[in-house]
Write a protein that binds this ligand. Structure first.
Ligand SMILES: [Zn+2]
Length: 286
């Protein structure tokens, strides 16, 4: 059965020792459902660890997603940097697949002042190659470029959904906090979040909403967009509206909490979401 899973961006803070396997056990104890492997500096996980992690996840019914390194720019003017970027996505996708992860997200590119449609074509061309390599290896992890938090970065909702529309095996990763930061504080209402979810459903079909990769946290923003992540209570992020939309549109997949207090806000999201769905269930039954 598909459902919305809520979890942490990385190993929960309370987990000891600081390993992914111990992280999964902590998630079970807390009542959370998924974890993102944060390969944001580099991909260091060994194959043996990935296999062990896969077993621990299966035993405990915890699902995994992956965040590929930050140092990715498919629109670099330096061809070597583009190749290195693709290699980083591939490495994260391969070790993630071995660990049983369903989806890998990454920030695809910077605009560097180029025409946005030119950047779109460039990113598309590179991602087609990455997808083809993974397909040849029998690796069907979802490739999910993320909506980004700053206006210098490629990654509006339209760009990300268009990429997914044009490349089979590519799906959107929606970071609601980035949408809010990028729009300098707009994009923070039920109606706006619902429009995003409807756009995905209309363009990519209902199935895209059944395994949607998402990020949510508190966020601080300035004139250029994202500054840093905050906890939900100390930010103006309208997370109850996000959760209400996800419940009303029956979205499932992985909602990863990137707040600095990780599991604390993930649990806040989970409790709020459970409350919303219980109320909805009550209305249906009554
Ligand atoms: Zn990200």
């Amino acid at each position: 059965m598909s459902r919305l899973r809520i979890g942490t961006a990385g190993i929960p803070l309370a987990a000891q020792p600081r390993t992914s396997c111990a992280g999964v056990e902590k998630l079970v104890e807390l009542g959370l459902d998924c974890m993102e492997l944060e390969f944001v500096r580099s991909v260091q996980m060994q194959e043996q660890t990935a296999r062990e992690l896969r077993d621990v996840c299966e035993e405990n019914q915890i699902e995994l997603t992956v965040h590929a390194p930050y140092y990715i720019n498919l629109n670099s003017k330096d061809p070597q940097k583009v190749e290195a970027s693709k290699a980083r996505i591939l490495k994260a996708a391969r070790i993630g697949w071995l660990a049983g992860a369903k989806s890998v997200t990454f920030h695809a590119a910077y605009y560097h002042g180029d025409d946005h449609s030119v950047v779109f074509e460039k990113v598309k061309q590179e991602l087609v190659q990455v997808r083809a390599i993974l397909d040849d290896e029998g690796n069907s992890i979802c490739l999910c470029p993320e909506t980004t938090g700053s206006s210098s970065q490629f990654g509006t909702v339209t760009e990300i959904v268009s990429l997914a529309l044009e490349i089979p095996g590519v799906y959107p990763c929606i970071d609601f906090s980035h949408l809010h930061a990028r729009s300098l504080g707009a994009m923070n209402s039920y109606e706006e979040f619902r429009r995003v979810i409807h756009l995905i459903g209309d363009k990519l079909g209902r199935s895209a909403l059944e395994h949607l990769h998402m990020h949510l946290s508190g966020i601080e923003y300035g004139a250029k967009g994202e500054r840093k992540h905050l906890t939900l209570p100390e930010s103006d992020m309208n997370y109850p509206a996000v959760l209400q939309v996800l419940a009303d549109c029956d979205v499932s997949g992985w909602l990863i909490c990137e707040s600095p207090n990780l599991e604390e806000d993930a649990l806040l999201l989970k409790h709020e979401y459970t409350k919303i769905t219980n109320i909805k269930g009550g209305i249906h039954n009554g």
